[in-house]
Design a protein around this ligand. Structure first.
Ligand code: ATP
Ligand code: MG
Length: 179
């Protein structure tokens, strides 16, 4: 595959926007996260966006989420929610400076569908906010349709190939402005 940097985003399909890019380093991941965060102001308020992150262990999902949270204005420590399943952030503001709740999920250790109700996950996905989800495969039967799916593959030279796909009109709005 031809190497591209973030500066050369390519739209494969205009109906359902799909972008393929190569991140040569974490700096490219950060650059993408910053660009993505800026597009969120295009969404109608209250902002409601669900981004699922696919990719093997160590592919770079948490790394992307960290840069995205920082780009959104999170300043404190960003923990990987591997054990807690979810970490929430309440300091992010939307374009009108209203609070924009953000959740970072990692369903790698999610097993009990009963926990879905009890932990309040159903309510979170039913309401507004930004939901960033690692290992959605582990909670597939519970999760609604994502707006954007990102697949990260680690290449042998340590670069990452990312495929970013819009699955809903909101996702399309965000991605078409990115490409
Ligand atoms: N674009 C990149 N280029 C080079 N290295 C990267 C890149 N993105 C992430 N890494 C490195 O890959 C390693 C694993 O990253 P990370 O923890 O984000 O993976 P993950 O996909 O969240 O894994 P898990 O499935 O275990 O949660 C880290 O050491 C990180 O620094
Ligand atoms: Mg992770």
């Amino acid at each position: 595959m031809v190497k591209e940097t973030n500066k050369n985003l390519k739209t494969v399909n205009t109906e359902q926007t799909e972008i393929q890019l190569v991140w040569l380093s974490e700096q490219d991941t950060q650059y993408f996260a910053e660009r993505l965060s800026k597009q969120l102001s295009l969404l109608a308020e209250p902002v409601n966006l669900f981004i699922e992150l696919h990719g093997d262990l160590g592919s770079g999902k948490t790394t992307l989420v960290r840069y995205l949270l920082q780009a959104l204005g999170v300043t404190g420590r960003i923990k990987s929610p591997t054990y807690a399943i979810v970490e929430s952030y309440d300091e992010v503001r939307d374009a009108s400076l209203k609070p924009l709740p953000v959740w970072h999920f990692d369903f790698y250790r999610f097993k009990d569908p009963l926990e879905w109700e009890e932990a309040g996950f159903r309510d979170i996905f039913a309401g507004p906010g930004i939901k960033l989800v690692e290992w959605p495969e582990m909670a597939e039967s519970e999760l609604p349709l994502a707006d954007i799916a990102i697949l990260i593959i680690a290449n042998s030279d340590n670069s990452r190939t990312a495929t970013v796909l819009a699955k809903t009109p909101s996702g399309n709005k965000v991605l078409s402005a990115l490409s």
